[in-house]
Ligand binder design. Structure first.
Ligand code: ARG
Length: 392
């Protein structure tokens, strides 16, 4: 999914919603039976066409229709679920990594009913997906939202995220992105971590109609990469690191009239997500001034391009360090090429590749990549992964 998903700082926008987030939130109005049926039918047609080379499985449609009329929803077959999750990835217009959509490993955890079991399945997800550094795209799907009820929610935006502590002097220790979540988690009784810039947050799992529950991740389940630079020896002393696995855990899988409100998924990082956005954004770790100073660049004029030069070296360090530790990562040039290959592959089977240009073009060196020079249509098809309202 989206490769640089995080809040952008738009100086002209002083609302709390950010430009990047807006279009991705679908209606939260409960669907009518007719809506559910329509979406089910649309997907079953796609499923039959793409999987079985037939028009539609009439018997299956009749069964689904009956179940929706009786209960307001229905249960998907394993095959419908697995393929639907893959197509949701393929349809997500913000993801540059979609070439690999067929390789998604889908874990069906719809039978779990307690927060503790959900947490355990999340830990398993981390081990399977991290795979000792040889990352695998994985999604774990928990029970669907039922009519008239809340769905299961994981409060954390990602399974692995660093805490952001607002300090007495107003400065933030850690990741500014998670300040409000960190406060919520402390309210739930978390004592806080070791007070470093990289304290892994515990997970919050909330079952429908229940209180949220807090779970500390075992440290063995969190692979991290310490950063060094191939030429600058001083880089190591900065003590920077990042987690290996980007696993989005707050989006809802909207699949054929069913909402899976807890369906965490991961791919692997494109270096720029960390090197440009997480570390470079002023509203995140804001490391460019520090790197520039260490590089001895003149920061008194923007014309020296000190930000650009620091940005490049930071990104070199990220890619170098992941490679050195044997952890999967893709550089933005390769990712852009893979995306073009994906478009070609899709075209060959008669499909278009809608995309969100502002998300597909990597956050540095844009014009050096083919995607910059392409125009895309940003059509939101389902199945898809959507943002959902904050649960707290
Ligand atoms: N941009 C997010 C981050 O830096 C991760 C979003 C998903 N990225 C991915 N490569 N699957 O943590």
């Amino acid at each position: 999914m989206s490769n640089h998903l995080s809040q952008q700082h738009c100086p002209l926008e002083n609302t709390s919603t950010f430009a990047e987030e807006k279009p991705n939130i679908p209606s939260t109005i409960p669907p009518t039976n007719a809506d559910t049926l329509f979406e089910a039918q649309t997907y079953l047609r796609l499923f039959s066409h793409e999987q079985n080379h037939s028009l539609l499985d009439i018997q299956r449609l009749a069964d689904v229709t009956h179940e929706i009329q009786q209960t307001g929803t229905y249960r998907q077959t394993d095959e419908e679920l697995v393929y639907g999750a893959k197509v949701a990835w393929r349809n997500n217009t913000r993801c540059i990594g979609r070439l690999f959509w067929k390789n998604l490993l889908v874990r069906d955890m719809r039978h779990l009913t307690t927060a503790k079991d959900v947490f355990q399945a999340l830990v398993e997800h981390l081990f399977i997906a991290t795979n000792k550094g040889k990352l695998k795209p994985v999604t774990t799907i928990f029970a669907q939202q039922l009519p008239g009820q809340e769905g299961i929610r994981i409060w954390n935006p990602q399974l692995i995220r660093y805490a952001g502590y607002k300090q007495a002097d107003g400065t933030i220790l850690g990741d500014p992105l998670t300040v409000s979540l960190t406060e919520q988690i402390r309210r739930l009784g978390w004592q806080g971590g070791a007070m470093t810039p990289f304290d892994v947050l515990p997970l919050v799992v909330q079952m429908p109609g229940q209180q949220p529950q807090l779970f500390e991740l075992p440290s063995e389940s969190v692979l991290e990469v310490p950063f060094s630079h191939p030429e600058y020896a001083w880089f190591t002393e900065l003590g920077l690191k990042w987690h290996a696995l980007p696993a989005i855990s707050d989006m809802s899988l909207d699949l054929a009239g069913i909402r899976y409100t807890a369906a965490p998924f991961n791919g692997w990082y494109m270096g720029a997500e960390i090197g440009a956005r997480n570390f470079g954004d002023e509203r995140r770790y804001n490391l460019l001034p520090l790197i520039a100073k260490k590089m001895g660049l003149a920061t008194n004029s923007t014309r020296t391009l000190w930000k650009d030069r620091a940005l490049i070296e930071l990104n070199v360090a990220v890619l170098h360090s992941f490679a050195q530790q044997g952890v999967t990562i893709v550089d933005h040039h390769t990712a852009a090429q893979q995306f073009i290959q994906h478009e070609r592959q899709e075209k060959a089977v008669g499909r278009r590749t809608p995309a969100d240009w502002g998300w597909i073009v990597p956050p540095l060196s844009g014009s050096t990549m083919p995607v910059f020079h392409c125009e895309y249509e940003n059509t939101i098809d389902k199945p898809n992964f959507f943002a959902q309202p904050l649960p707290y």
